[in-house]
Design a protein around this ligand. Structure first.
Ligand SMILES: [Cu+2]
Length: 146
């Protein structure tokens, strides 16, 4: 009887682990628009979530930045402004695109060079962190943004 229970317990563990839906986020097309060290650099990336649960992006960091904030560009009463956002949801089996004029990663005190790369680690609420390589472009930005 004890042997049977042990066998049952061994079977139950993988089943329970599989039952909890987990997000599975991947990133593509990461890039920065870099101007000068004194000017925050805006970063853009497309995130896809292949998992069965929404992924909640809660922060980012990079050795190429003093700090990284989640920002959204807005136009209010004719004034261009950026607001700080606390989190961004990537829906289950969906995607989220950071793009110029909308959501971006704001790299404060950037230390990067045009033509080089910068690594950004994205932090999620209930999923492991994801480190993404961003390509660094200059004032003209990524060819797709022109
Ligand atoms: Cu910003």
């Amino acid at each position: 009887m004890r042997r049977l229970l042990t066998a049952l317990a061994a079977c139950l563990v993988p089943v329970l682990a599989a039952a909890a839906p987990t997000p599975a986020v991947t990133a593509k097309d990461g890039w920065f628009r870099y101007l000068l060290p004194q000017i925050p650099a805006a970063g853009f990336v497309t995130l896809a979530n292949a998992g069965d649960a929404p992924a909640v992006l809660v922060g980012a960091s990079s050795p190429a930045c003093g700090s990284v904030m989640l920002h959204r560009s807005m136009n209010r009463s004719g004034m261009d402004m950026m607001i700080h956002v606390k989190s961004i949801i990537i829906p289950a089996h969906g995607s989220f695109r950071f793009s110029p004029g909308a959501y971006h990663l704001m790299c404060m005190k950037p230390r990067m060079t045009v033509g080089g790369t910068a690594h950004v680690t994205l932090t999620f609420a209930a999923a492991p962190p994801l480190t993404v390589t961003f390509t660094v472009y200059g004032a003209d930005g990524h060819p797709s943004s022109r």
